[in-house]
Design a protein. Sequence first.
Length: 279
Amino acid sequence: MDPRLTPANEFVACSSLRGKIKHLNFTEGENYQIAVPFVDLLGTPNGKRNRQLIYGSKVKYFGDTNGWAFIQNTYDNYVGYVPRKTIGLAAEETHIVATPITHVFEEPDIKSKNIEILPLGAKVSGQSIANDFLKMELGWVSASHLKQKTELPKDPVEVCSWLQHAPYLWGGNTYLGIDCSGLIQIALMLCGLDCPGDSDQQMNTLGQNIEIGSPRRRGDILFWDGHVAMAINEKQILHANAYHMATVIEETDEAIERIKKQDNNCLLAHKRLKGDLYE
């Protein structure tokens, strides 16, 4: 079993694993959500970042160890640890942040104190509206930066483009820092599509295989060992990468050649999302 997706540690295991592993303490887990703008999801308590989770992300909480909550993200099933204080009881979201980053204000007034930020994809529970601001748990957010699920875009390339120029951060999932697989995941998630967290998982599960060398279409996804990019047209890709330390548009053939020369890393797969996204 992939440890990234297996909700079990030395103290507790999810009941779904009963009969699959030996453990003394199985639990169903409790429904929580991320209660801070974003947080690193760590592989071990106080360990290295594997991914990031953003505000409103629903998680299963299995218990904590010295202040570190052991959780599983219900969207992509990724498991790990976050500080216990960064999660709270799950709430039904009404709106999703649909801009690279937005401010949370103390009052429904652009001149009031900004007290937090929320990244693209954050899920909020609206309570009331005043002066074109939505009241949510943390404060007031400009309604122009929010959309309901039915209003979200259907084009993953459009969402990727919102994050152009975002700095590269390994394991990152926000405009303040994002990596190649995080970019693909947030784009597909906002379009209502399932998407795993890491590029190897994405290569194994997303879309249908297209023969390498075939013409590329908008929304096609290209995979290397440890890297992924999205085609914006036949000749260009958009990807977050460590070479540029940013999310950039690059000529596809030039990128393929550069990555091969730089890392001896050849293109492994060309995938096309199923359905009629671009028909």
